[in-house]
Ligand binder design. Structure first.
Ligand code: GDP
Ligand code: IMO
Ligand code: MG
Length: 422
């Protein structure tokens, strides 16, 4: 049995797409379990770059099956656009993309509420894809699911009930004009035909697949520190990207999970607001952004950059159960004379024993750094571990010891070929 969960270990954009693409060769099924089109997973095949938001990165390998689980929130238009984009690139989704009937639909009012609620003290710096408001409705038991697309009357009834409430909210709280209910009903009724062929009973499908010896890779979106329960709340997303979320978001029991793979960027980035103790607001930070092309794959926003935070990743290892890790974007550090790694936080003269995730806990923390030598060599063409400069190996070994996991994949560039396996 091989059922692996692949998780982002920091604040997202660790290079999950690239590593899923590499690993999916060894799996039969790749499944997304949370988040939605807020994700942007980049895969480079030869000179062509693909950015996927909703469909698992495994779709780029011809004979793999892909699943969108119940934990994902699906914007039907974004999904159809992505299917269309893939078809135009001669990648067929027919017969190998399956969507849970229980996934919730992102509605136009979710996207609108996401953007207009982003103001003042309440600003999070969201991607504006309607993620938070959709999960709010899911947990308030007002959500509209993929399965509702199959029953025209039910769909219409639910849209009308929701619109009454949302229009009230728009008018009274946000002083915003009301949305046209008839237009939304018409738009969503039309999704039925296009999405119908993909709708599946995902837990049953995966249960049978796993029992028949199929290998499953569960592709997390975002990262552990953006987890609504375990992240830097309230500056988080509204789902559970951590490994536990994979069971709930796909209907696979914990007893079936055989491994957790952590994707770990060789430095730290974050998009949107929120605490970031190792952030570099100087020239080094700008250089990391430039060398690493750190601009959001979904929104194009510049990503905030900083030193590697081993204290944070060690916490991430603990809550995810990461035993093996892929270190990505190591090449981005190649120009530096020396590289700092945060090994702990100091607050009011005391060294913290455990990672603080709360706003108060993260207030005024000072990172404690160890300084390592840079390697000042281009490593983008190196194919085996032994050929890496000794300083690069020291950096890797330092991270591995500090974080407490084995590193078995090293990524030295965005392409498939720029990957070293141990
Ligand atoms: P994801 O959301 O975790 O899938 O990551 P993104 O796709 O948002 O961001 C990662 C970016 O880094 C993408 O542009 C990738 O093509 C790129 N990338 C991935 N691995 C490497 C690497 O090892 N080196 C470099 N230079 N770029 C990489
Ligand atoms: P991938 O899968 C990085 C961030 C947003 C914002 C916060 C909440 O590509 O790693 P949301 O729209 O989810 O309500 O925004 O979460 N965020 C991400 N940051 N990578 C992502 O996905 C992200 N998805 C959401 O910037 O700070
Ligand atoms: Mg991304």
């Amino acid at each position: 049995m091989s059922v692996s969960v692949l998780v982002g270990s920091q604040w997202g954009d660790e290079g999950k797409g690239k590593i899923v693409d590499i690993l999916s060769d060894r799996y039969d099924i790749v499944a997304r379990y949370q988040g939605g089109a807020n994700a942007g997973h980049t895969i480079m095949i030869d000179e062509k770059q693909y950015v996927l938001h909703l469909i698992p990165s495994g779709i780029l390998r011809e004979n793999k099956e892909c699943i969108i689980g119940n934990g994902v929130v699906v914007d039907p238009q974004a999904l159809l656009d992505e299917i269309d984009f893939l078809e135009k690139n001669n990648i067929s989704t027919k017969g190998r993309l399956f969507i849970s009937q229980n996934a919730h639909l992102i509605m136009p009012y979710h996207k609108l509420l996401d953007s207009i609620s982003e103001k003042g003290d309440q600003k999070i710096g969201t991607t504006g894809r309607g993620i938070g408001p959709c999960y709010i409705d899911k947990y308030a038991r007002k959500g509209i699911k993929i399965v509702d697309l199959l029953d025209k009357n039910e769909l219409e009834r639910k849209i009308r009930i929701n619109l009454e409430e949302k229009n009230n909210l728009l008018k009274k709280v946000y002083d915003h004009e009301e949305l046209d209910v008839e237009k939304i009903i018409e738009e969503y009724l039309a999704f039925d035909k296009a999405i119908d062929p993909y709708i599946t009973d995902v837990p049953l499908y995966l249960h049978n697949a796993i029992n028949n010896g199929k290998k499953v890779l569960m592709e997390g979106a975002q990262g552990a520190l953006l987890d609504v329960d375990h992240g830097t709340y309230p500056y988080v997303t509204s789902s559970n990207p951590t490994s536990g979320g994979a069971c709930v978001g796909l209907g696979v029991p914990p007893t079936k999970i055989t491994s957790v793979i952590g994707i770990v960027k060789a430095y730290t980035t974050r998009v949107g607001l929120g605490p970031f103790p190792t952030e570099l607001l100087d020239e080094t930070g700008e250089n990391l952004r430039k060398w690493g092309s750190e601009f959001g794959a979904t929104t194009g926003r510049p990503r905030r950059c900083g030193w590697f935070d081993a204290f944070l990743v060690k916490y991430s290892r603990m809550i995810n159960g990461i035993e093996r890790a892929a270190i990505t974007k190591l090449d981005v550090l190649s120009n530096l004379d020396e590289i700092k790694v945060c090994v702990g936080y100091e607050q009011k003269g005391k060294i913290l024993k455990s990672y603080p995730t709360t706003e108060v806990g993260l207030n005024d923390v000072k990172p404690v750094y160890e300084t390592l030598s840079g390697w000042k060599k281009d490593i983008t063409d190196i194919k085996d571990y032994d050929s890496l400069p000794s300083e690069t190996k020291e950096y890797l070994s330092f991270i591995s010891v500090q974080c407490g996991f084995e590193i078995n994949i090293i990524s030295v560039g965005p392409r498939r070929s720029q990957t070293i396996e141990l």
